[in-house]
Design a protein around this ligand. Structure first.
Ligand SMILES: [Zn+2]
Ligand SMILES: [Zn+2]
Length: 132
């Protein structure tokens, strides 16, 4: 069982079941919609989602002529789970979960279209909080 919520707390949900895949997607759509180097999405064919609150605050954006979808909270814009392929697949942005995830990412995908600054990021200086 996984728990998750958006940043403003309007939307809360639970997911029962396990994820089959965990991909870091560096495609240009994911870079735009996350504002970051890559999306981090969990995928499951069997997990069930239950919306505990805020279901009416969900918005889904589907990018025409692509398979790209984004579900978000209409108040705070946080990325939230979305059903795709006629609800055959649940896609969950890893960052919206409050529970620990046992799965490690399976792979980086669409690295052919990654940002030019997205290179060996694990090797740069790191601070536990704000930079000193
Ligand atoms: Zn919100
Ligand atoms: Zn992508």
């Amino acid at each position: 069982m996984y728990q998750g919520a958006c940043l403003c707390g309007s939307v809360k949900f639970e997911i029962e079941g396990e994820f089959e895949h965990f991909y870091l997607c560096h495609c240009s759509y994911c870079r735009k919609d996350t504002g970051s180097a890559h999306a981090a999405n969990l995928f499951s064919k069997f997990a069930k989602i239950t919306w505990l609150s805020g279901e009416s605050d969900l918005k889904v954006f589907r990018l025409e002529d692509t398979r790209h979808n984004k579900c978000f909270c209409q108040h705070c814009g946080s990325a939230l789970p979305v059903q795709v392929n006629n609800s055959a697949m649940l896609v969950v942005p890893a960052g919206c979960l409050d529970s620990d995830i046992q799965l490690k990412p399976d792979a980086n995908i669409f690295v052919g279209s990654k940002a030019n600054w997205d290179n060996k990021l694990e090797q740069i200086k790191a601070f536990s909080g704000f930079p000193e």
